[in-house]
Design a binder for this molecule. Structure first.
Ligand SMILES: NC(=O)c1ccc[n+]([C@@H]2O[C@H](COP(=O)([O-])OP(=O)(O)OC[C@H]3O[C@@H](n4cnc5c(N)ncnc54)[C@H](O)[C@@H]3O)[C@@H](O)[C@H]2O)c1
Length: 259
């Protein structure tokens, strides 16, 4: 039986952090849309589980682990190898990150630097490594995951380092759009609101009251699910979005328009 071509048919898509949460669902969905997914994760066990799930769905995927996308040389080696194996790269989806929180008079220099490394530098390293491959391909798409934390402060979470790093990701994306345009490279970011993932499950089960109060005010009446972000990711990385670059698409049920 012939399959209807997907929205990402034949695209070689690199996705960081496919071992869990939104990264796992992105790997599944991108493969279901016809992409050749090349994923990485720090955690070999959870990555293997994602690879198994995608292959069970008859998707095309190769997984590399352990790969620390927060290490410039490691991520460059992963990207170069992916390009050599698949003959080029069309999409880089910077999903992986690790957060460190702390009020401004409490957060240590080490935690601040860790957060900047694992939320902002991690994106730069992959972009830096993929750029020549996208240029050689005649274009492509870079999708960076920001956060609404990068656009404002909140009283319920001491997000100093996290918010600063994500603001950096959003701004870097704009500059990449400017520099990438002449090469046919689009750069976009998605800024999710609160999304239910295994990493945030404990908050869903027992939310701090101030956080719950913001969820109760979300105009569309619920917190986010991984599909809400992945649906936007499929559109933005597909050719349907070929005249869209430099944007930061907020996916938050309308929560942030309330201020
Ligand atoms: N969950 C939310 O509410 C939310 C909201 C806004 C933005 N985000 C952003 O969305 C992205 C995904 O979030 P999630 O909740 O799905 O995360 P998650 O913690 O559930 O999954 C992240 C995956 O990335 C992997 N990873 C982490 N650091 C890595 C590294 N250095 N190298 C390789 N792999 C690494 C982890 O092992 C894990 O499999 C992150 O960038 C996060 O900041 C999440």
């Amino acid at each position: 039986m012939t399959r209807t071509p997907g929205r990402l048919e034949g695209k070689v898509a690199l996705i960081t952090g496919i071992g869990g949460g939104m990264g796992r669902d992105a790997a599944r969905r991108f493969a279901a849309e016809g992409a050749k997914v090349v994923g990485c994760d720090l955690d070999a066990e959870t990555l293997e589980e994602t690879v198994r799930i995608v292959r069970e769905d008859r998707g095309e995927i190769t997984g590399f682990a352990p790969v620390d996308a927060g290490d410039a040389n490691t991520v460059e080696a992963w990207i170069d190898e992916a390009s050599a194996v698949y003959g080029g790269i069309d999409i880089l989806y910077n999903n992986a990150s690790i957060q460190r929180f702390g009020a401004i008079d409490e957060i240590s220099v080490a935690d601040w630097e860790f957060a900047i490394d694992m939320e902002l530098n991690i994106v730069f390293y992959a972009v830096r490594a993929v750029w020549k491959h996208l240029k050689a391909r005649g274009g492509g798409v870079i999708l960076n995951i920001g956060s609404i934390a990068g656009t404002r402060g909140v009283e319920f979470m001491p997000q100093n380092a996290h918010g600063a790093a994500k603001a950096g990701v959003i701004n870097l994306t704009q500059q990449l759009a400017v520099e990438g345009g002449p090469h046919g490279i689009r750069a976009v970011s998605i800024s999710p609101g609160f999304i239910q993932t295994p990493a945030t499950r404990f908050l869903v089960d027992d939310p701090p009251p101030a956080m719950k109060a913001t969820w109760d005010r979300i105009p569309l009446g619920r917190i986010g699910q991984t599909d809400d972000v992945v649906n936007a990711a499929v559109f933005l990385t597909s050719d349907e979005a070929s005249w869209i670059t430099g944007i930061n698409l907020v996916v938050d049920g309308g929560g942030s328009v309330l201020g």
